[in-house]
Design a protein around this ligand. Structure first.
Ligand code: NAD
Ligand code: UFG
Length: 338
């Protein structure tokens, strides 16, 4: 079975390529390298010992994408390609709607014209907004997003659902990720944010490696056990394996399926700082700053549905997540530029 991975040179996509190849799938990658390095492909091949068919193509390039489909004839698509920076999406809403929505419309149009109607889509816990209840199950109503990036996920879930409703030959899996962190054990692939990181773990690793002076903790007056925001952090390799398990929901007649991919455990910002220091022996200085606009107090999953129906469960704990994030950052202080 051949899987086409859009955005396969990015953080989650690259880790998923490894797990797909380890599980015996053939893989082709499409990525425009907007937020990824061409070095990733060589590193993937070094990890798995297998070749990766790589196409530097933008998913909005209908002609280029059609050629890839004609050449590769994939059975299914795992669709990671998109823009993902929350703050940037507030400043550049048009660019986010254009890339994420238009890109997915063109991708799915090319797919149906080429007879491939199986897709796994990278959604996000952000679609729950300020969640109606915690732990968040898949039945939790979708909420109001606080930024254009979140709305693109919300809308794309709806678009893919409508495609399936109109044409039941479409098999669609919506995977709602919680907070992916960590890196492959080899330390050769990992998260490589442009500029100053928005997300907690890359910020911490850059403080630890000396690139940034101190962590700014966004608020300590939330209604949580220590006042700082609580999230469900998941090791990116566990998340990647979740995609391999989700492929079974693309069998003919599977229809539409939705799964949370999280651990079910919530950690506060200060819990993460402490876990990182314990796992690595490196101190992370921090200051308390005001709350960040749009943040919620607490967000963690119920991962039960994925365990029951996909046989998938996150295996790595917070220690491994911190150790592996640190191995990647300390072996590659400048990311893929080294
Ligand atoms: P990433 O930026 O590392 O990977 C996305 C990849 O898509 C990049 O390599 C980029 O070059 C590529 N890309 C972007 N637009 C493209 C286009 N038009 N054509 C071809 N390639 C394009 O991000 P990631 O963290 O690996 O996230 C992967 C997916 O998961 C994204 O859709 C993201 O929104 C979603 N997601 C991420 C998180 C997270 O915290 N990292 C959480 C929930 C959901
Ligand atoms: N935080 C800090 N300082 C920082 C960065 C983050 O205190 O420098 C705090 C935040 O306030 C929050 C927690 O750390 O309480 C996690 O923040 P992240 O920015 O790492 O992650 P978010 O939960 O805000 O959002 C992430 C992705 C979204 C995705 C969501 C759910 O950025 O795209 O997880 O999957 F939708």
């Amino acid at each position: 079975m051949k899987i086409l991975v859009t955005g396969g040179a990015g953080f989650i996509g690259s880790h998923t390529v490894v797990e797909l190849q380890n599980a015996g799938y053939e893989v082709a990658v499409v990525d425009n390298l907007y937020n990824a390095s061409p070095k990733v492909i060589g590193r993937l091949e070094a990890i798995t010992g297998k070749t990766v068919s790589f196409y530097k193509v933008d998913i909005r390039d209908r002609e280029g994408l059609t050629k890839v489909f004609e050449q590769e004839k994939p059975d299914a698509v795992i669709h990671f390609a998109g823009l993902k920076a929350v703050g940037e999406s507030v400043r550049k809403p048009w660019e986010y709607y254009e890339n994420n929505i238009n890109g997915t419309l063109i991708l799915t149009d090319v797919m149906r014209k080429c007879g491939c109607k199986n897709i796994i889509f990278s959604s996000s816990a952000t679609v729950y907004g300020d969640p109606a209840f915690i732990p968040i199950t898949e039945e939790c109503p979708k909420g109001t997003c606080t930024n254009p990036y979140g709305w693109t996920k919300w809308m794309l879930e709806q678009i893919l659902t409508d495609l399936h409703t109109a044409d039941p030959e479409w098999n669609v899996v919506l995977l709602r990720y919680f907070n992916p962190i960590g890196a492959h054990k080899s330390g050769t692939i990992g998260e490589n944010p442009n500029g100053i990181p928005n997300n907690l773990m890359p910020y911490i690793t850059q403080v630890a490696v000396g690139k940034l002076e101190k962590l700014h903790v966004f608020g300590n007056d939330y209604n949580t056990h220590d006042g700082t925001g609580v999230r469900d952090y998941i090791h990116v390799v566990d998340l990647a394996k979740g995609h391999v398990c989700a492929l079974k929901k693309l069998e003919p007649g599977s229809g539409l399926s939705i799964y949370n991919l999280g651990t079910g455990v919530g950690y506060s910002v200060l819990d993460i700082v402490k876990s990182f220091e314990e796992a690595t022996g490196v101190k992370v200085p921090y200051v308390i700053d005001p709350r960040r606009a749009g943040d919620i107090a607490e967000c963690y999953s119920s991962p039960e549905k994925a365990e029951k129906e996909l046989g998938w469960k996150a295996e790595n704990g917070i220690r491994e997540m911190c150790e592996d994030a640190w191995r990647w950052q300390s072996m590659n202080p400048k990311g893929y530029e080294d």
